[in-house]
Design a protein around this ligand. Structure first.
Ligand code: ADP
Ligand code: MG
Ligand code: MG
Ligand code: MG
Length: 396
């Protein structure tokens, strides 16, 4: 079968012809309820509900969904499927189960999260949620542990590298949109508020900042520490009550663990910039995130068992983990700063800024974000603790 972009009607026919998926849904195809829930930049997503169960169907389009003239290879669906298969081995309760992958249709059929909602939307709607950051910290540490050179034979790491090294189209998006465009003239950068132009131009001329960005570009491309999610913002997390899940792993690649941590923390900080009255709540989440991450990493990497670091005598294991965590922390700080900047002036901005009720409030929120982002990028190799990040980020 050759590729065609699905509609609710053709998806119904498609699922009806697949015995295993049809029996998961139950009843006859005409009784299934199908709704499109696409809200990301790239793909089509449908939720299909029958009287026995539900599935989520995610299909790649040959272009960026929100920018049809921007072509995008369909193969990204393959990397998302591989990511889900790899993460299943990490046995984290925060993953999503993949039921089927159709490599001709570039279609993933997965567990439907119902009635879960995206974390970013819940934050924007000011829903009564808290402590969602500990599960995310555990998710990152468990998936890092399952793919690290310190816990696996190097042959396994090489296999993972190979599985994801072809994910170049989406890595290109990261390299351009996060690691480059905000710091240069680019047609992809939207026109900013006039008041931001001097700040943006000053950043683009700041030699120290450009050196720090270049260092982080190199870290991203060369520090192949573990399998990353690669797009771990608050729109890639869904939750309902205590059940917290990570979706949308199409950007997966081997990279610096601090990239996932940094993106997550950045999106919390961005939310606080847009909603300054929530700064204390957000600070608390960031603290919980880093405390949990540190504890889990110390526990999981307690005794290095891979081909790397196993020569160390036991009394040096603690110092080894501390140094590893310090390196991850510096990357976290830097990538956090880059994500804050790109979500404020780059191509893919965030809905959180719509919380600002006046143009003045929105401008102030963006100015605050840029100044935090810039400080984190510039200082990423010198900031020593999460408390220092929380101090830089005092928006009130
Ligand atoms: P994109 O790659 O285009 O960003 P996402 O994987 O983020 O696509 O999915 C887009 C939206 O579809 C999500 O924001 C969420 O609302 C919904 N969604 C994605 N996966 C699921 C799922 N497994 N269960 C329920 N809804 C989902
Ligand atoms: Mg998404
Ligand atoms: Mg995506
Ligand atoms: Mg040892």
């Amino acid at each position: 079968m050759s590729y065609y972009a699905l509609t609710p009607d053709t998806l119904r026919d498609y699922l009806a012809q697949d015995e295993a998926l049809a029996s998961r849904l139950g009843g006859t195809a005409d009784t299934w309820h199908i709704r499109e829930v696409s809200d990301g930049n790239l793909n089509l997503v449908f939720i299909v509900t029958g009287h026995l169960g539900a599935v989520c169907c995610k299909q790649a389009l040959p272009h960026v969904r929100v920018a049809p003239t921007w072509p995008m290879p369909l193969e990204r669906a393959l990397f998302e499927a591989r990511y889900m298969q790899r993460i299943a081995q990490a046995k984290t309760p925060h993953a999503v189960e993949l039921y089927a992958f159709d490599n001709a249709m570039y279609l993933l059929v997965m567990e439907a999260l119902l009635p879960h909602q995206v974390l970013r939307s819940q934050l924007i709607a000011n829903k009564d949620i808290a402590c969602f950051s500990a599960p995310i910290a555990r998710y990152i540490s468990h998936t890092a542990h399952a793919s690290s050179w310190h816990t696996q034979r190097f042959e396994t790491g090489s296999q993972i590298l190979e599985e994801f090294s072809g994910n170049t189209a989406l890595t290109r998006i990261t390299v351009d949109l996060i690691l480059s465009d905000p710091f240069r003239q680019s047609e992809r950068n939207p026109t900013p508020e006039a008041e931001l132009l001097p700040v943006i131009h000053a950043m683009q001329d700041d030699a120290d900042l450009l050196r720090a960005v270049t260092h982080l570009q190199t870290r991203f491309l060369s520090a192949r520490q573990a399998l990353l999610h690669g797009d771990l913002h608050t729109g890639s997390i869904m939750l309902h009550d205590g059940d917290i899940r990570v979706i949308d792993g199409e950007f997966a690649l081997m990279g610096p663990i601090g990239f996932d941590c940094g993106l997550y923390i950045a999106n919390l900080i961005l939310h606080a910039c847009a909603a300054p009255s929530k700064a204390d709540f957000i600070r608390n989440e960031i603290q919980i995130f880093w405390d949990t991450f540190t504890e889990e990493m110390q526990r999981l990497f307690d005794r290095p068992q891979g081909d790397a670091a196993q020569l160390l005598p036991e009394h040096e294991d603690k110092a080894f983990v501390s140094a590893f965590l310090q390196e991850i922390f510096q990357d976290t700080v830097g990538f956090c700063g880059l994500e804050i900047i790109r979500r404020t002036i780059g191509f893919a901005q965030i809905a959180d800024y719509d919380l600002c009720e006046t143009p003045e409030a929105r401008l102030a929120a963006r100015q605050a974000a840029l100044s935090i982002g810039k400080a984190l990028v510039l200082q990423h190799q010198h900031i020593a603790s999460i408390a220092e990040i929380l101090a830089i980020f005092s928006t009130d």
